[in-house]
Each structure stands twice: as C-alpha cells, then as structure tokens.
Design a protein around this ligand. Structure first.
Ligand code: AGP
Length: 592
C-alpha cells in the first residue's frame, strides 16, 4: 500500500503535498518522491527513505501543480530508481501509483521488443507512464484512457504531462479521494493530507477517473463519459490525525477508545434498523478477514452463535479464497477490515459474490475498496487509525459485532439489556484508564524473551490479539492459545522465564482457567492476570493483577483488550521500538 497526494491551485503546493505525505507514511515508508509541473517541464525529486529526506531535498522549491508519493514496495526493492514518480521514456509524462499492475511484464515486454521502449526501474508501475507515451498523439486524457484499457490489476494512478496544465487520476481497487476548495483541488489516498484546507470531498468509485484543470474538475468513467458525483463532507477534523500530545499515534488511539466505541454505536443503537444489511433468508454468516480483524471476527462468532443462535464460520481470507469453499445463496459473507483495502479480504468478497452469496462489510475507512465492493454493512467510524498496530478499530469492530447481534436477535428483552450495557461502555473504558497502571507491570517484563497469552471462550480470541499486538510492535515472540490447549503441547514451554498472561472473567469457564493457572504456577511460570473480580485463587496464583470493570460477557473483549494493548505498547516502548511504523509492516496489506 502506498500514499498519494497531489495539489492543483494558486498556492505553492509543495508544503501541502510534503506535509500530506508525512500523514500518509502509515501507508508505506520505504521511499518517496515528487513531480512538479512548471512551464512545460516536469521536475522529479525522489529519495530512498522516508518523507523527511524528501522534505530536505525539496527545500525551497515551489510549484502550483505538484504530486507526491510515499511507497511500500511490492515490485522492485526499495531504492531511488524504484521510488515513484515514474516517467515515460521521453520524460514527457510522470505518474504515481498505488496497487499492482498484474500484466505489467507482458506490457513491458511488448513495449521493449516491438516498440524499442527502454525502462529504468524494476517496478510494475513504470509501465503506466510508458503506455501513456505510447498512446499520446496530443490528447493527454485520451492517451490516459487508452492506457487504462490495457492495464489489469489494482490501481490508484495520478498522472501529469509536461505540456498540459492538468492532473489526471483513476481508481480501480485502490482508493483516491478528491478535495475541492474554491478553485483549488487536492487528490489523495485518504482525506488526511488536506483536511485543514477542505472537508468537501468526492470519493472516486471503482473504474472512475478525474480530470483536474484550471476550469475545474470532471469525474468520468473509463470510457470518458461524465459522471455526476455528490460532494461529501468529512465528519472528522485535522485534530483527528495529530498525536494530540501523545508520544505515538498508537497510544493516542488506545486512549481515544471510549470516544471511538461511542462513535461506532451512535445513530445505530437506538435506530438499529439503520443497519443496512439485508437479513432475509440468511441461514449462516461467514466472516472473512485477516490479522486483528480475524480475531474480532472470532469474537463475533461467540456472540452471534451464543446469543442469536446463528451459525457462524470465521475464515482467514487468504485461505478462503483459494480452498474452493462450500458456499450457498443463504450465506452472508461479511468482510471485516479496518483499512477496507486488504487484498485477500477484498478478493474473498469478490469470490463470495461470484458464488451468489450476499456480502457485507464491517469496515473503518469509508469509501474504501472493500466497502464499495460490499455495498452494505456497518462502518465502525473509529476515525483514521494511523498506528500500524490496530487498537481502536478492534474495539469498534467488537461494538459492530454487538450491533449486528442486536440487529439479528429476535428477543426484545435481550436486545434492550445489551443496548443498555453498550451505552454504558464508554464510562467503563474511562474508569479502567483512570485506575490501572499497566506501564509498571509491562516494564517489569520488558526483557522477557517469550510470552504466552491464554483465554477461554470469548476471551480466547482476545488472547490471540494480545499476542499479536506484542509481537508486531516489540518483535518479542508471543503466542496466544485457548487455555484448554495448554496440556496439548504449549505447557512444555513454561518455566520461570516464561510470563503467561491469563484473561480470567467470572464466567462458566472460570474454574477451568484457574486450573490452567495452577498448571503454570506448578512449573514456576510467572502469571499476569487480567480479571474482572478479585478472588482468593487469583490472588494466590498471580504475580501481577490488572483489574478491569465488570461488563456483560458480550462486551468483556472490549475491556480485556485494553490492558493488552498497553502491555504491548509499554514493552515495545521500553525496548526502544519504532511503535507506529514497526519493521516489515504497513497499515494495509493491499497486495497479496
Ligand atoms: C493488526 O495490528 C495488524 N496491523 C494486521 O494484522 C491487520 O489487522 C491486518 O493486516 C488486517 O488489516 P485490515 O483490518 O485493514 O483488513
């Protein structure tokens, strides 16, 4: 996944685009570049490395038409040559691209062998600029559209031609949003780069393009026919994407969860009919998702099966799409995705549609590819999640699972009780943050070399999520298990150097979890216990205890995960890790 920002107007667009690229580094940060259009000349500035290096290189330059890119490499290693923008052989055209051109090799081969084109980079993206040159006979937009007919795959493309005061862009599978503000225009992968200039936006839909010129903008389909698109107003402000005094975006996003879970249920909880998912004739729900969203899906399974008695299957999207799943028209396949751009999840939904299933999305990013592909679902409204490690999106996904449960449940008394509990959750989340000091406990274990996380029933997926949080930002090996699995192998790993985090709530499996804790204790394992009630056993068996407020079982994952998020954060921070942009990761895995 990569970040794109462009400006067209009367201001010097350089500081706008450079600041915008900084805000999009969560989408990828291994190289960056700019193209400036001035007096029929394209000036390219690129760097292997982060946007801060590009800012230094671009110091003092000015331009009223400028497009920038920050990269997460998919084809070709992160280096100067492979950094975007890419130019055509004759340097008349420059493009930036987010996505994958799946037929780039054959196109490159044809241009090289039949038409003597020379290529500079190892990227798939370069073929876009070369194709536009190939088709260019004086009409930039016509050449751009002809290029679009040749490429296959996922793309968000923004292009400039040295002889045309115009920005052209196109979307298929990767997001692009146009910002409009009294004769100046912005184009970006999401609205955060230009929020302080305008909140009036147009999300390009699949297979739509836009032309930006001095006379204004036009939205068209790939055949060049004009399309009237409504201007939307972004509901969040620039403050949503600043750190607001926190050291890292991840910490800010952890602490804003009382607000974000409220934003998720606001407007739906008392008007559950506002959930637009068609539910007639649905006999089974299949969640398709990855990573943290997969664990949220598992929580959804426990809630929906136990409370609404609906069969639920949870599938890794990357497995689902290749294993020829047995699907029926009475299946509702739901994509769960924070970014709405995860390639495997998007393709899993496309497979489900091809097999005549109903589909829906539980998505955070409005206007994202998965949201558009599904056409119905629940937006979790967690706001931009900048930290690569997902936190507030997870708890909002759990709220969405509970909203789906209310929406599908047939017992009005049960629904009323759950709605009342959900409305009290923000205060309980705030109470937790006020009373518990996770930092001190985390720092006590920061030098441990391996951790286990254990939970049963609805706490099992939360244990898995706690392990993922820790390993992805601290790089310390950690495994989550259903506590009942311990005796089937993992207990061999327990010794005095292995801290085990137990999630213990006074529920139907409480005594079973206590037995598991006994087994760890008898092997000198250290125990960190997250519980919602102090008992004699917990006090006797635990080395450290974190108390969370009592809530209904359907909502315990929201409270239980908070200390796990902070535990991972403080251990990683104490070890000097790069919290918001962990190594090897990007915010959305929009390529396979
Ligand atoms: C979670 O902290 C990770 N960043 C990762 O597992 C993520 O949840 C996964 O890539 C799915 O992303 P999505 O929710 O945007 O589809």
């Amino acid at each position: 996944m990569c970040g794109i920002v462009g400006y067209f107007g009367e201001r010097n667009g350089m500081p706008i685009v450079l600041q915008g690229l900084k805000r999009l580094e969560y989408r990828g940060y291994d190289s960056a570049g700019l193209v400036l259009l001035k007096e029929n000349t394209l000036e390219i500035i690129k760097t292997k490395g982060k946007v801060s290096e590009l800012i230094a290189l671009a110091n003092g330059r000015e331009a009223k038409i400028v497009v920038g890119h920050t990269r997460w490499s998919t084809h070709g290693e992160p280096n100067y040559i492979n950094a975007h923008p890419h130019t055509s052989m004759d340097n008349s055209i420059a493009i930036v691209h987010n996505g994958i051109i799946e037929n780039h090799a054959e196109l490159r081969k044809e241009l090289q062998e039949k038409y003597n084109f020379t290529f500079r980079s190892q990227t798939d993206s370069e073929v876009i600029a070369q194709l536009i040159q190939f088709f260019y006979k004086g009409d930039f937009e016509e050449a751009f559209r002809k290029m679009l007919t040749k490429i296959e795959g996922a793309f968000g493309i923004v292009a400039l031609h040295k002889d045309h005061k115009q920005i052209l862009c196109a979307r298929k599978g990767s997001p692009l949003v146009l910002g409009v503000n009294n004769g100046e225009f912005f184009i970006a992968s999401d609205p955060s780069p230009f929020l302080e200039y305008t909140k009036e936006v147009i999300y390009l839909n699949e297979k739509q393009m836009a032309s930006i010129e001095e006379t204004g903008y036009k939205i068209k389909d790939f055949n060049g026919f004009n399309i009237e698109m409504e201007i939307e107003t972004i509901p969040f402000g620039i403050e949503s994407i600043q750190k607001q005094g926190f050291e890292h975006f991840m910490l800010k996003e952890i602490y804003e969860q009382a607000e974000t879970i409220q934003n998720c249920f606001r407007g739906k909880i008392r008007h559950i009919e506002n959930i637009s998912i068609k539910k007639e004739n649905i006999k089974r729900i299949i969640f398709v998702s990855c990573g943290t969203s997969y664990y949220a899906s598992l929580v959804g399974k426990y809630i929906l099966e136990k409370s609404s008695h609906i069969p639920v299957v949870v599938e890794y999207a990357s497995e689902f799409r290749y294993r020829h799943p047995m699907l029926y028209p009475t299946d509702l396949v739901i994509a769960v995705s924070q970014s709405g751009e995860t390639a495997d999840t998007l393709e899993a939904i496309r497979l489900a549609k091809k097999l005549s299933c109903s589909v829906a999305g539980i998505v955070n990013v409005t206007g994202s590819s998965i949201a558009k592909e599904c056409g119905q679902g629940i937006y979790v409204h967690a706001g931009p999640e900048i930290g690569v490690a997902s936190t507030k999106a997870f708890t909002s996904q759990i709220i969405a699972m509970n909203l789906l449960n209310v929406y599908l449940n047939k017992d009005p008394y049960y629904r009323a009780e759950l709605i009342e509990e959900l409305e009290q959750l923000p205060e309980k989340v705030k109470a937790f943050f006020k009373t518990q000091d996770v930092k001190a406990i985390a720092e006590k274990y920061k030098d441990s070399k391996y951790f286990m996380f254990m939970g049963r029933d609805i706490n099992y997926p939360v244990a898995m999520e706690g392990a993922l949080k820790l390993k992805e930002i601290s790089y310390i090996p950690a495994e989550g298990y259903p506590a009942g699995e311990m005796k089937h192998g993992p207990i061999a790993l327990i010794d005095e150097n292995t801290p085990t985090v137990f999630l213990v709530t006074k529920d139907t499996v409480y005594t079973k979890v206590i037995s598991n804790m006994e087994e760890v204790k008898s092997r000198k394992g250290k125990i960190i216990c997250i519980c919602n009630e102090m008992t004699e056993e917990i006090e006797r068996l635990s080395d450290d205890i974190i108390l969370i407020p009592k809530v209904r079982w359907e909502c315990t994952p929201i409270l239980n995960v908070l200390p796990l998020q902070l535990f991972a954060y403080h251990i990683a921070n104490a070890n000097g890790r790069e919290i918001d942009q962990p190594r090897n990761l990007a915010k959305a895995v929009s390529v396979e």
